[in-house]
Design a protein around this ligand. Structure first.
Ligand SMILES: [Zn+2]
Length: 82
C-alpha cells in the first residue's frame, strides 16, 4: 500500500474530502486489497464489488455519449495499444 503514494488505488487521486484513504477489504476473504478514497470505496460497495456491474456502468456511459479515450482504458488496464 505504500506504493500507492497517498493516492486512491482506483482513481489515483488523494481523497478530495481531505479524509484519510480507507483500507479496502475483500468482503469474501477479509484480506486487504488496497487504499481507496471515500468516493471509490462507497462506489465499490454500492456496486457490490461486482466487476460486471462496473463494466456495465462503463458501457452505459459510453453508449450515452460519454467520451472514453482508448489510451485511458489501456492505461487503467495496464495494456499497450501499440
Ligand atoms: Zn478514488
Amino acid at each position: 500500500m505504500e506504493a500507492q503514494d497517498g493516492v486512491c488505488a482506483m482513481c489515483r487521486q488523494s481523497c478530495a474530502s481531505g479524509r484519510k484513504l480507507a483500507i479496502d477489504h475483500d468482503p469474501a476473504t477479509g484480506e486487504t486489497r488496497g487504499l481507496l478514497c471515500r468516493s471509490c470505496n462507497i462506489s465499490l460497495g454500492l456496486l457490490k464489488d461486482r466487476p460486471e456491474l462496473l463494466a456495465a456502468g462503463i458501457s452505459y456511459l459510453v453508449r450515452s455519449g460519454q467520451a472514453f479515450p482508448t489510451e485511458a482504458l489501456a492505461d487503467l488496464l495496464h495494456i499497450s495499444t501499440d
